[in-house]
Design a binder for this molecule. Structure first.
Ligand SMILES: [Zn+2]
Length: 114
């Protein structure tokens, strides 16, 4: 099957499965997943439950989408969300109230244990 995506067409979650490279790596304590600007996702190798791993990947995929569409960017010191600058030093990363996190949490099914 072959089809062309028109501009502005929103790809639904099942179609995103495909070409996102996912790597199991040793992430720092307390970090379960990471979305890289190059479009890859890192998942903590400490996660043993496949359901939890899936849930982390779904969450990070929302961040990848945010980066791709230009809403989210970051460097070592700041996170940029829709043109606004957030100091990483002052924020609690992963906090559900941060706009990019609240979108990620609202679009995914949170893993039951948390
Ligand atoms: Zn997040």
């Amino acid at each position: 099957m072959f089809f062309r995506l028109s501009k502005g067409f929103k790809i639904n979650a099942p179609f995103m499965e495909d070409n996102t490279p996912i790597h199991n790596v040793d992430l720092e304590e307390g970090v379960l997943g990471k979305a890289n600007k190059n479009g890859t996702i890192l998942v903590s190798d400490k996660i043993t439950d496949p359901e939890e791993r899936e849930s982390v990947i779904e969450h990070e995929k929302v961040h990848i989408d945010q980066i791709k569409r230009g809403d989210l960017d970051y460097d070592e010191d700041f996170v940029y969300w829709k043109g606004k600058k957030y100091s990483r030093e002052e924020m609690q990363e992963g906090n559900k109230n941060l706009p990019w996190e609240s979108e990620a949490y609202s679009k995914t099914d949170p893993f039951k244990k948390y």
